[in-house]
Design a protein around this ligand. Structure first.
Ligand code: GLN
Length: 202
């Protein structure tokens, strides 16, 4: 989709992880995408993507870049956000199997288990259907992925994986999270869904 004057500005948290892939997917899906590293840059965005990568590193860098509290504030003030994989971990109110002291931004009333799928299925791909994403099933790429172990009543479960029947995609208001990496496939439907959320269309 071409860039238009009405395209929302979506930031990609650029502390660590697959930032470039999200920027590309967001632009293809019709947003203006910018990398965000500093608290003041958060003011300029209509929504924010927290990429996949490594949540322990994201947490440590968020602390050293003074982003932890500003992120928490912006999220609780209603900034729409989408987290994939490590980004899902960062959006969880509760974390299992984190390293000692590991903190998240929080925002979604869920318990997420880090590296949940275990060693034998460290990485895999599968086709899944998601509520709110019309068309054929999505090819989902899981890399040392978390799953959602428990979700509060305000959390909408968008999809489960066929292998372990675990929750791998959720939405709570304008917060969206997936265990897998839509930024690593050419399919931009999840980014389109997020842009619709940012625009207030859904
Ligand atoms: N296992 C990673 C973590 O704990 C997440 C992996 C990923 O984002 N691909 O953050």
């Amino acid at each position: 989709m071409p860039d238009t004057p009405t395209a929302p500005v979506v930031g990609v948290l650029a502390l660590q992880g697959d930032v470039r892939e999200h920027v590309r997917a967001l632009e293809q899906a019709g947003a203006r995408a910018i990398a965000v590293r500093r608290p003041e840059e958060l003011e300029a965005v209509d929504g924010l993507v927290i990429p996949g990568g490594e949540s322990t590193t994201l947490w440590r860098l968020a602390v050293s870049f003074d982003m932890l509290e500003p992120m928490r504030k912006m999220l609780s003030a209603g900034l729409p956000a989408f987290g994939s994989c490590a980004g899902m971990i960062m959006l969880a109110d509760r974390l299992r199997d984190g390293v000692a002291g590991q903190q998240t931004f929080g925002g979604i009333d869920m318990t997420v288990r880090r590296n949940a799928f275990g060693r034998q299925v460290d990485s895999f791909e599968s086709d899944i259907r998601l509520t709110g994403v019309p068309g054929p099933p999505l090819r989902a790429v899981f890399i040392r992925a978390p799953w959602v172990e428990q979700a509060g009543p305000g959390v909408e479960i968008l999809g489960t994986d066929s292998r372990a029947d675990r929750i791998v995609a959720v939405r709570q208001g304008s917060l969206l999270a997936t265990s897998f990496h839509p930024e690593l496939t050419p399919d931009t439907r999840i980014h389109e869904l997020f842009i619709d959320i940012v625009k207030g269309n859904t």
